[in-house]
Ligand binder design. Structure first.
Ligand SMILES: Nc1ncnc2c1ncn2[C@@H]1O[C@H](COP(=O)(O)OP(=O)(O)OP(=O)(O)O)[C@@H](O)[C@H]1O
Ligand SMILES: [Mg+2]
Length: 218
C-alpha cells in the first residue's frame, strides 16, 4: 500500500493532466502533442510499476502453499487456454505429451499456475523472437517415484551458456524495457522451492530451451 497508493494518485493525476492539456487554449499543436504524450507515458509507466509491485509482493510475502488435490493435466490445459490470445498472430504448436489422461497430485494449483504462465510466456516470446515458421512448445509429464517431472521445451532463441545461471537472478532480463522485468524465473524458482521441488534449465543457443521441474506428488 505504501507504494501502490502514491502510484494510484500519480496515475490519476497524469490522466487528468492529459485532459487539461488537450483542452488548453493557447498551446501550439506541437506543444500540445508533446505534453499529451508525456502525460500518457507517465500513466503507462505508473501502470508498469503497479504490475511490478504486484509480482514482487507475491514474491516477498512468502505465503505458505495452500495444498489441495487436483489433476495437474487439467490444470496445465486450462493454463494454456489463458495464453491462447498470445498465440493468435503467430501459429505456434503446443504439443502435450502426457502419460495418462489424469495425473492427480497434492500441491498448490495457484502457485503452479503462476509457474506455467511464466515459463510458457517466456517460451512463446523466445519462439517469436527467433522468427521461425515452425515454432513449437512441448510439455511433457511423467511420474518418477514420489515425484512428478514436468518438461517444458521450446525451439526458440535458446540461452547462451554464460547467461544460463543469471536467469535465476532477480531482475535479470534481456528484453527491452517495458517487455520484461526479470521477475518470472526467480518467482518460478521460489515457488517450486516452497513446493519442495526443483527446477533446472538446459539450453542451446539458437536451438531452444528446456525447463525441467520436479515436484512431490503428495
Ligand atoms: N524459454 C526461453 N528461451 C530463451 N530465453 C529465455 C527463456 N526463458 C527465459 N529466458 C531468458 O531469461 C531472461 C529472464 O527471464 P524471466 O522470465 O525471469 O524475465 P523476463 O521474461 O525477461 O521478464 P518478466 O518475466 O519479468 O516479464 C529473459 O529475459 C530471457 O533472456
Ligand atoms: Mg518472463
Amino acid at each position: 500500500h505504501e507504494i501502490n497508493n502514491p502510484l494510484a494518485i500519480i496515475s490519476e493525476i497524469s490522466g487528468w493532466a492529459g485532459v487539461v492539456v488537450s483542452d488548453a487554449k493557447g498551446l501550439s499543436q506541437e506543444d500540445r502533442e508533446e505534453l499529451e504524450t508525456a502525460a500518457r507515458r507517465i500513466g503507462e509507466q505508473t501502470d508498469r510499476c503497479k504490475a511490478i509491485t504486484h509480482q514482487l509482493l507475491g514474491f516477498a510475502r512468502g505465503s505458505a502453499p495452500a495444498i489441495i488435490s487436483f489433476d495437474i493435466h487439467a490444470m496445465i490445459k486450462k493454463t494454456i487456454g489463458f495464453l491462447e490470445p498470445q498465440l493468435k498472430f503467430k501459429p505456434i504448436d503446443i504439443v502435450l505429451n502426457f502419460e495418462d489422461e489424469a495425473l492427480p497430485i497434492k500441491s498448490d494449483p495457484k502457485m503452479l499456475e503462476q509457474v506455467f504462465v511464466n515459463l510458457i510466456t517466456n517460451a512463446i516470446y523466445a519462439v517469436k523472437e527467433k522468427g521461425t515458421d515452425q515454432g513449437r512448445i512441448d510439455l511433457k509429464t511423467s511420474r518418477a517415484g514420489p515425484n512428478m517431472e514436468i518438461m517444458i521445451s521450446d525451439n526458440g532463441t535458446g540461452i547462451p551458456e554464460e547467461a544460463q545461471k543469471k536467469i535465476f537472478d532477480l531482475f535479470y532480463t534481456t528484453k527491452p524495457s517495458g517487455k520484461g522485468t526479470g521477475l518470472g524465473i526467480p518467482i518460478c524458482r521460489n515457488i517450486i522451492k516452497k513446493l519442495g521441488g526443483e527446477i533446472s534449465v538446459e539450453s542451446q543457443e539458437g536451438r531452444g530451451t528446456t525447463f525441467n521441474i520436479s515436484i512431490p506428488v503428495s
